[in-house]
Design a binder for this molecule. Structure first.
Ligand SMILES: [Cu+2]
Length: 535
């Protein structure tokens, strides 16, 4: 068997030394049949951040992107000289980038070669419920079994994919990848976006892991902490002074917030979870991504050829603590290229429609935690219950076409990143309350954005105070599918009648919402809404 992992992680620049090493590895693997040796993937000679591999489209038909994706254990050199046994998609950490266009049908022939069950959740993508990869809507794919994911991608943005079984463990072990949905039609028809689309674009996947000296990934946050961009520790990006860069960022870390800063430079945020913003946010000192969240940013680095500029992750809430994530290395520009103009972005990037909240019903969800147990661990709760304790009496319902306002109340002293499956929402504003429940501040949102993940800021003061983020959700028909449609489609008969083992009965239109600090979700901070057809 060819060492696929090695072939697929070859860097773009294909240095002669690396090619030689790769060929040697291939030759050796022909003689050595020990899988663990032949599938060891070494770091490439250069630490280039532009090294993400794109999943191969095996279907020649237009408007269909079909890929094969295999989850498997591999041994990869993540830190210099330290080999870690990790979970991979197609032998890589992170997994291959899936590239599609708006309106494409994406088919993913997924095979689970892990020693445990798994699924794939398409974070942020509006998919039919039976393609959502949650245990509410799909039986986990057992070891050595396959599952075909198939859905149409309708929203241009950067999304990501990851398991939704033992999510905290499986994501930390390496299972995550980016899914980019481009808007080729708009490229030709939305000429006002030309300046934006001409900017060199990079996907940057931000992560952190802990590894023991043995190389083992620590799930208890022991050992050395590594900050990773596209799976690399402190990688480099070659840039030309005064040439704008567009970064499509996604934070796949289990727990940590990523507040990105480039010293001496202002950032422009043009988009987020659900595609472009209505108007660019300019002159930003930093951009924060909570776990699961995306940001589409533009910056214009300046520096002398040969010099370096470091991109940092700033610690939230402190002024000075910061960690280097990536080095920009200035190279000479190509003098034959046209001189770069000052970047001029259109005033309106996109005509966005605010969700009409007239007559919307309201629901309130309180995010809290229980007292510490003997080991000091707490349960994390939504409306006083863990996910395992929920009955259908506890969970909200909606009918297709309905709009609801959700009041997401954070009663704890830490932030929680809220994520809703299957639907975009828009933030209406944030308010805080004192211990008497009186509103002490109201912050309306100043820009319009479709989101699937949002920070719920910690309470403003002592126990009893709270912060509420108000969001509007339209449970439109473009997500999901009615029970009857799904049964006709043949997808969910087994699941409708199946007890999924947690007291819940999964069925079409069951959508999770949870904290995206994955250990919090595992310890209970997760619930779901049933979206049905109505009468
Ligand atoms: Cu949380």
């Amino acid at each position: 068997m060819l060492p696929k992992a090695i072939l697929m992680t070859a860097p773009n620049d294909n240095t002669a030394i690396f090619r030689l090493a790769a060929w040697l590895a291939i030759l050796l693997s022909g003689c050595v049949h020990d899988k663990s040796d032949s599938e060891k993937t070494q770091l490439p000679a250069t630490n280039n951040v532009r090294s993400l591999q794109v999943a191969q489209d095996i279907n020649p038909a237009p408007h269909i992107v079909e890929i094969n994706l295999e989850a498997t254990m591999s041994t990869i050199e993540i830190a210099q000289g330290v080999f870690s046994q990790v979970y991979t998609y197609n032998g890589m950490v992170p997994g291959p980038v899936i590239k599609t266009n708006v309106g494409d049908t994406l088919i993913v022939n997924f095979t689970n070669n892990l020693p445990e069950p798994t699924t794939i959740h398409w974070h942020g993508v509006r998919v039919p419920a039976d393609m959502d990869g949650s245990t509410l809507s799909q039986h986990p794919v057992q070891p050595n079994q396959s599952f075909r994911y198939q859905f149409t991608v309708n929203d241009p943005s950067l999304f990501w994919y990851h398991p939704h079984v033992r999510t905290d463990v499986q994501v930390e072990m390496g299972l995550a990848g980016a899914l980019l949905v481009s808007d080729e039609i708009s490229d030709t028809h939305q000429s006002h976006l030309k300046p934006l689309r001409e900017i060199k674009q990079d996907i940057l996947i931000l992560d952190d892991i802990h590894i023991e000296t043995s190389g083992e990934i620590s799930l208890e946050n022991n050992g050395r902490l590594l900050w990773l961009v596209n799976g690399r520790e402190l990688p480099e990006m070659e840039v030309v002074s005064d040439e704008p860069l567009r970064w499509r960022l996604v934070n796949i870390a289990n727990e940590r917030y990523m507040r990105i800063e480039v010293p001496g430079h202002k950032l422009i945020r043009v988009g987020g979870d659900g595609g472009l913003l209505e108007k660019a946010m300019i002159d930003l000192d930093d951009v924060t991504l909570v776990p699961g969240e995306r940001a589409d940013i533009v910056l214009t680095p300046t520096g002398d050829p040969g010099s370096e500029l470091t991109v940092y992750r700033k610690k939230i809430g402190t002024n000075n603590a910061r960690t280097p994530l990536m080095n920009l290395v200035f190279i000479e520009g190509d003098s034959s290229e046209k001189p770069t103009d000052t970047l001029t972005l259109p005033e309106t990037l996109r005509i966005s429609e605010a969700i009409n909240i007239t007559g919307a019903s309201e629901q309130t969800f309180v995010f809290s935690h229980g007292p510490p147990d003997a080991e000091g661990n707490v349960s994390f709760l939504i409306n006083d219950k863990t996910f395992a304790e929920l009955t259908t009496q506890d969970t909200p319902d909606a009918v297709v076409g309905e709009t609801q306002i959700w009041n997401l109340v954070n009663a704890t002293a830490i932030d929680h990143p809220f994520h809703l499956h299957g639907f975009f929402f828009q933030v209406l504003g944030t308010l805080t309350r004192d211990t008497e429940g009186r509103v002490i501040s109201i912050t309306p949102i100043s820009y319009l954005e479709n989101k699937d993940t949002v920070d719920l800021p910690r309470r403003p003061g002592m126990n009893g105070t709270s912060t509420t983020v108000r969001i509007a959700i339209r449970f439109d028909a473009s997500s999901g599918r009615s029970v009857s449609e799904t049964v006709a489609y043949g997808g969910l008969n087994a699941i409708v009648s199946a007890d999924l083992g947690n007291g819940l009965r999964g069925h079409s239109g069951g959508w999770l919402f949870h904290c995206h600090i994955l250990p919090h979700a595992r310890r209970g901070m997760m619930s779901y809404i049933e979206v049905g057809r109505g009468q």
